[in-house]
Design a protein around this ligand. Structure first.
Ligand code: NAD
Length: 485
């Protein structure tokens, strides 16, 4: 599997797979610590070549129907190679293969959603009057730099390329240096599906060096970045220098709100899934579990039972529900947050210890925070660690939920049909779920309030992020309109 993906190198530029001229990178299988591949990353010259290939602009001149057909063909290709993509991603990220199977299906789904929109982009005629006539058209914004993190490499890559390609933009995709494999295979499938060379280029590299160089590149018109708020701040600063268009999908510290009138068993299962799925390495992980005080003990017992029953282990086993973290270094970082909470006197309700072995595993961990005072409540841990915090009433729940610099996702669990929409209207959160924990659907805009970023992924309006409006005004009168004529 690896040999066919990487035999000509880990980059894809202007339709050619090639080795990067940048730093050497060992790709690790985090669940075992074994080496999965040895590659070389992109150099600055590779980024220059990728941007030059994307600059051609020919993709924007391909008709909407043909762009749509090619995106459908790419979705077909993903479905046709789903097993290969799934195993590649599960090995590279360490995530449970059953979850990755869903991610691969969803990747094809996102492409199909955006395949249906190119023909729906319309212009308009503008009101002026007299002998003046005006119309506006939408045209592709230009070359896109699209930067994705390691936690959902294929899903994030398809969520970015689908609207860009649908809008007629060519793109340079930069996967994380640790997880470039599925993006490379995706770009190869795009070529096989018939996308012209140069439309989708892949340049894996580090963030501060290659990512920052790509963002600042004068050939890039639009940046779409998914990653941490700290990196997003740097990206935004860099884009300001040349007023580049920018979308930021950043971090989160999202809450679940569990009311006493909820189906507590279902809420416990949903809350456990929302924080421990993907081993907590999700931007939308609902790592703060807020529980109405009158059911705190009852709910906490059920939640801990659910956490205990989760099967953590070999990502390639179908029975596994939670795989490993991305690396031992990241696992140690996650553990340091738990140690910090312990040092501050917190009670660890379960988990909280590093298991023996070479894999980067960490157990589903729960910490009680009765006073909502722990530092861990403020930081994005990005691991399988939940805090459980009581609240007194609806107003208190909303206050605690919004007591964060982030605003990505919140889930409300309640038996009162009016309460969910009422609270959803008040929360500072880009997405709110009611009695279900799921977050991303191709037709539903997803993105952040506050420091979780701006702009949206998914949904029809995302297309506008990749389009410029151009207005044309013309004179249709017989006499010249120019006053000095
Ligand atoms: P990160 O910011 O370190 O890296 C993300 C990507 O950005 C990588 O490809 C990296 O190489 C690149 N990068 C880093 N610094 C850069 C810079 N200065 N210029 C250009 N590129 C740069 O984040 P991470 O730790 O790899 O990923 C986890 C973070 O991503 C978490 O904070 C998580 O919440 C966030 N995330 C957000 C969403 C969302 O949709 N809001 C989705 C997934 C992950």
């Amino acid at each position: 599997m690896m040999s066919t993906t990487l035999e000509q190198g880990a980059l894809l530029i202007d339709g050619e797979a090639r080795a990067g001229a940048g730093a050497a990178q060992t790709i690790i299988e985090p669940a075992t610590g074994a080496t999965l591949a040895e590659i070389t990353l992109a150099s600055r010259a590779d980024v220059d070549a990728a941007v030059a290939a994307a600059l051609d602009g020919k993709w924007g001149r391909v008709g909407a129907a043909d762009r749509s057909a090619l995106l459908h063909r790419l979705a077909d290709a993903i479905e046709g190679r789903a097993d290969e993509l799934t195993e590649l991603e599960a090995r590279n990220v360490g995530k449970a293969i059953t979850s990755v199977r869903g991610e691969v299906r969803a990747a094809a789904g996102v492409l199909r959603y955006f395949a249906s929109v190119p023909g729906a982009v319309e212009g308009r005629s503008n009101p002026i009057g007299g002998s003046l006539h005006s119309y506006s058209v939408k045209q592709p914004v230009g070359v896109c730099a699209q930067i994705v993190p390691w936690n959902y490499p294929l899903s994030m890559a398809t969520a970015k390329i689908a609207p860009a390609l649908a809008a007629g933009c060519s793109t340079v995709l930069k996967p994380d240096a640790q997880t470039p494999l599925s993006a490379l295979l995706l770009a190869r499938l795009a070529l096989e599906a018939g996308l012209p060379p140069g439309v989708l280029n892949v340049v894996p590299g580090d963030g501060p060096g290659i990512g920052a160089y790509l963002v600042a590149h004068p050939g890039v018109d639009k940046v779409s970045f998914t990653g941490s708020t700290a990196s997003g701040t740097e990206v935004m600063r860099s884009c300001a220098d040349s007023i580049k268009r920018l979308t930021l999908e950043l971090g989160g510290k999202s809450p679940s709100l569990v009311f006493a009138d909820a189906d507590l068993e279902r809420a416990a299962a949903g809350c456990a899934w929302s924080v421990y799925g993907a081993a907590g390495q999700s931007c939308e992980a609902r790592s703060r579990v807020l529980v109405e005080r009158s059911v705190l003990d009852d709910f906490t017992g059920r939640f801990l039972d659910r956490a205990a029953k989760l099967r953590v282990g070999d990502p390639l086993e179908d029975a596994t529900q939670i795989g490993s973290l991305i690396s031992r270094a990241h696992r140690d970082r996650v553990h340091s947050f738990v140690e910090g909470a312990l040092a501050a006197g917190a009670e660890v309700l379960r988990g909280g210890t590093i298991p023996a072995g070479d894999g980067a595993f960490y157990p589903p961990t729960a910490i009680a925070d009765p006073d909502h005072g722990l530092d861990i409540e403020r930081s994005e841990v990005f691991g399988p660690v939940a805090t459980i915090v009581p609240f007194d009433d609806e107003a208190d729940a909303i206050r605690l939920a919004d007591d964060t610099r982030f605003g990505l996702m919140a889930t409300i669990w309640t038996g009162d049909p009016a309460r969910g929409p009422r609270i959803a209207g008040r929360l500072d959160s880009g997405t709110v779920g009611i009695n279900m924990p799921f977050t991303s659907f191709p037709g539903v805009p997803f993105g952040g309030f506050k420091q979780s970023g701006f702009g949206r992924e998914f949904g029809f309006d995302t297309l506008d992020d990749y389009l410029e409006t151009k207005s044309v005004i013309m004179w249709t009168g017989r006499k010249s309109p120019i006053p000095i004529d």
